[in-house]
Design a protein around this ligand. Structure first.
Ligand SMILES: Cc1ncc(COP(=O)(O)O)c(C=O)c1O
Length: 357
């Protein structure tokens, strides 16, 4: 049975997008593909507010997250870790055979500019990774303030995962000085998973060109060389690029400002609905994500039971991630979702647990 997704990715995909994915196939070494590739990457440049190159990779986000490590980490990497995905990125960095340190924050806390400054001032690092929106804990770290600190360390590669935030709020890649910004499309872009978008600054491409062992599939210099022909190093997920083209049209038709306001409104509405029922927020309010809310299970609800009950009536609900499963639960409000969708979920929750009315 189809369940309406309220998990933090993948999220529901609009029928127009599914229809775009059924477009008859074209060859990727054709003019037709190159023209579409160019339209898609220029649309993405507008959303990312970058004049730099935007690359399309056929993989989940972790493919490029690993690629960024192989291409950009030379001497040693500072992995800022404040949740499951950033912890995993540290582990991936080590698995790539790189020297790296995890700079840890308690789950539920953001990465702070002070900690970034302190770590990088040691002079040990030539690269750093951080996750803008830690999906496991619903924490959005203060990217502009961190970017301000990063200006003091121009030789340190600034590698940022915006997997669950890009397009839901303004993230101006050039203004923030991000060397490589990476995101999948199954979250705020509301596409099926399998396509990852990334940027590489001139500095990043220069560093990549000197790196041993960067492999082939995620070699940033291969992406740059192929991009000159509006193409990709190997066969791309063309159906998803059809879908992205359609989604970009939809995003621009809505307007970026309106899209950002809709995400903010849904986040505030969700937090209020939870607060009215006595549920606390897992992160401090000022660092709460705009794309998902991670709530404390302050009322000791049987979350596994609620998840099962919701599944039976057609809703996919998340009862917490990793070590905070059961103690927290997460509600996604991103992509094409509206307040109306959240109202539907909340009515469904009340139908199962009438005391939450
Ligand atoms: C913030 C963040 N980074 C990375 C990932 C991993 O993405 P993927 O499963 O597409 O490799 C996720 C997945 O949920 C995520 O939320």
């Amino acid at each position: 049975m189809y369940k309406k997704l309220f998990i933090p990715g993948p999220v529901p995909v609009h029928p127009d997008i599914l229809a775009a994915m059924a477009t008859p196939m074209i060859g990727h070494r054709t003019k037709e593909y190159a023209e579409m590739h160019e339209r898609v990457t220029s649309g993405l440049q507008k959303i990312l507010a970058t004049e730099g190159k935007v690359f399309l990779a056929t993989s989940s986000a972790f493919g490029v997250m690993e690629g960024a490590i192989r291409n950009l980490v030379g001497k040693r990497c500072a992995n800022f870790c404040n949740g499951a995905f950033s912890d995993k990125w540290h582990n991936v960095t080590l698995r790539c055979g790189k020297q790296a340190d995890a700079i840890r924050f308690d789950w539920g806390k953001p990465v702070t500019p002070e900690a970034v400054e302190q770590a990088l001032s040691t002079g040990l690092y030539d690269s750093m990774t951080m996750i803008h929106n830690e999906t496991s804990t619903g924490v959005m770290s203060p990217l502009p303030e961190i970017a301000e600190v990063m200006r003091k360390f121009p030789d340190v590669m600034f590698i940022v995962d915006t997997v669950s935030s890009m397009s839901a709020l303004k993230i101006p890649v050039d203004e923030l000085g991000i060397d490589s910004c990476i995101f999948g499309v199954q979250k705020a872009f509301a596409l099926p998973p399998g396509l990852t978008i990334f940027t590489a600054s001139d500095k990043a491409l220069q560093r990549a060109s000197t790196m041993e062992g960067r492999g082939y599939y995620f070699d940033f210099t291969e992406f740059a060389a192929n991009d000159a022909k509006h193409n990709t190093p190997s066969t791309p997920c063309i159906s998803q690029i059809f879908a992205m083209e359609r989604q970009l049209e939809r995003i621009f038709a809505e307007g970026l400002e309106t899209r950002w306001a809709r995400h903010r409104d849904m986040a505030e509405y969700t937090r209020q609905w939870l607060a009215d029922r006595g549920f606390g927020l897992f992160p401090d309010r000022e660092y709460c994500s705009l794309t998902l809310t991670c709530a404390r299970n302050s009322r000791g609800v049987d979350l596994a039971g609620l998840k099962k009950g919701l599944a039976e009536i057609g809703f996919a609900f998340d009862d917490g991630y990793g070590k905070i499963k059961g103690e927290t639960f997460r509600i996604a409000h991103m992509g094409d979702m509206t307040r109306h969708d959240l109202e539907e979920l909340f009515s469904a929750i009340i139908s199962i647990m009438p005391d939450l009315a």
